[in-house]
Ligand binder design. Structure first.
Ligand SMILES: [Zn+2]
Length: 196
């Protein structure tokens, strides 16, 4: 039976239809191999669910942190966002949060910021109205959790947990949405309206 997957881990297409290729189960785990129906992709993915509860456990490749291929975004941001997600899946929470912080810094740089220090870069973005005021705390937490992950003597290190790393990555995704997807979607609507 065909199945819709949130996002193909290979091509990044959202809500993509897939065909089942293989199923296997034990008491502990159910494994399912699916083929992406996107004609340009057609690659396989493996989804693992808990055998007793049916809850999704993990996917191979780890690409559910792939940014949708339709979004026009620079390759370094795409790669580093993916890397933050891969670290998260691998249980490397500090590495994930450090990478998220790095992506934020790169996003601000792409918005035209030349400040080297991230505190100053965030301030700059707020003042220039590039970062909405409501998103100030979002950017601030990405910066803070990235910092505590980078410093071995930080007494906050017990906060480098799976939950924090997930939250930080989802905050980062929000900012990417704000900086890249929203303007692109608006542009797309405008083009559509004007060419009609
Ligand atoms: Zn695909």
């Amino acid at each position: 039976m065909s199945e819709v997957v949130d996002k193909c881990p290979n091509c990044g297409t959202a809500h993509v239809m897939t065909n089942p290729e293989w199923n296997g189960s034990s008491f502990l785990e159910n494994w399912k191999i699916l083929r992406c129906n996107n004609q340009e992709c057609r690659k396989l993915m493996l989804r693992v669910h808990d055998g007793r509860t049916g809850v999704f456990v993990r996917m191979f490749p780890n690409g559910h942190y792939e940014i949708d291929s339709a979004i026009n975004i620079s390759q370094p941001i795409r790669d580093e966002f993916h890397e933050a997600g891969t670290c998260l899946d691998a249980g490397s929470y500090k590495a994930s949060m450090m990478m998220s912080r790095r992506v934020l810094q790169r996003c601000l740089k792409e918005q035209g910021c030349t400040k080297r220090n991230l505190v100053d870069a965030i301030d700059w973005a707020i003042k220039k109205n590039i970062l909405r005021k409501a998103f100030h705390p979002v950017a601030e937490e990405i910066r803070e959790y990235g910092n505590l992950s980078a410093h071995p003597d930080d007494e906050q290190l017990q906060n480098a947990t799976k939950e924090s790393a997930e939250k930080i990555l989802s905050f980062l995704r929000l900012l990417i949405h704000e900086f890249y997807e929203v303007p692109q979607n608006a542009e797309h609507l405008k083009t559509q309206r004007e060419s009609a």
